[in-house]
Design a protein around this ligand. Structure first.
Ligand code: PXP
Length: 252
């Protein structure tokens, strides 16, 4: 039985750093955004330290680790450089993603099935350091089963394709993608994995994802940072929170 309890909302603050870096100044400060998110009821902060440091930088990760009172989810590629930083900072959680320099955002899921032996060895010291390790993957059963085999605690299901189809008004295809995400979430849960989801979620498309009972955490960034321009970050997060709770039929 799955208890349909309150779903956690992790807020990704990468794009606060994108705006800061566009000007080469110290503002806006990602830590300040993280603290506002925390005050607005976010359950965690996600930040992606990319190999090219295009948004979040090493000093941001240090400041977030020291400065926030809610869990930090350190998102990165599975490289030796990142493992060394993680083992020094010991964040609450690590989410491993595929990374290509030329992409604008994380475009696909990690190929866990195709890199099983390396990833098993890669996550071992991170798990031993107490980090909750997550694999950002698509809903293919082979990737979910491989994530369970390598000893990951969590899979985060990539909702980007669903979000794109929804935005393009291709609703029958979006529904088919949702169905595959539902099946993937059920399989992952049955294998003992904690299930998260994220990428491309907005006020308009979040409800069916939030309603999937096995998904206990959503990670949302780009849309919320955009809405913050109009509403302020706190109200934008509170609105997303309300929509997630309504979809879930859960008490806040
Ligand atoms: N989860 C993961 C693993 C991601 O890579 C991202 C994007 O950085 C997100 C969630 C959030 O996606 P978005 O910024 O589109 O809300």
């Amino acid at each position: 039985m799955i208890s349909v309890k309150r779903q956690r909302l992790g807020v990704n603050i990468d794009h606060v750093a994108t705006v800061r870096n566009a000007r080469g100044s110290a503002w806006p400060d990602p830590l300040r955004a993280a603290l506002l998110a925390e005050a607005a009821g976010a359950d965690g902060i996600t930040a992606h330290l990319r190999e090219d440091r295009r948004h979040i930088r090493d000093a941001d990760m240090e400041a977030l680790r020291a400065g926030i009172g809610i869990p930090l989810n350190f998102e990165c590629a599975a490289t030796d450089e990142m493992a060394a930083i993680i083992l020094r900072l010991k964040p609450h959680a690590v989410c491993l993603v595929p990374e290509k320099r030329e992409e604008r955002t994380t475009e696909g899921g990690l190929d866990v099935a195709g890199d099983e032996a390396r990833l098993t060895a890669y996550i071992k010291p991170l798990r031993e350091a107490g980090c909750r390790v997550s694999m950002f993957i698509g809903h293919a059963p082979a990737q979910i089963e491989a994530s369970a085999r390598i000893g990951a605690a969590v899979v985060e299901l990539h909702t980007g394709h669903y979000s794109d189809l929804h935005a393009e008004g291709r609703l029958a295809e979006a529904e088919a993608e949702l169905d595959a995400l539902r099946k993937g979430a059920a399989l992952a849960h049955a294998l003992g994995l904690e299930v998260h989801a994220g990428h491309g979620l907005t006020y308009d498309n979040v409800a069916p994802i939030a309603a999937i009972p096995e998904i206990v955490e959503l990670n949302i960034g780009h849309f919320l940072i955009g809405e913050a321009i109009y509403l302020g970050l706190g109200p934008a997060i509170e609105d997303m929170r309300r929509r997630m709770d309504e979809a879930r039929g859960a008490q806040a």
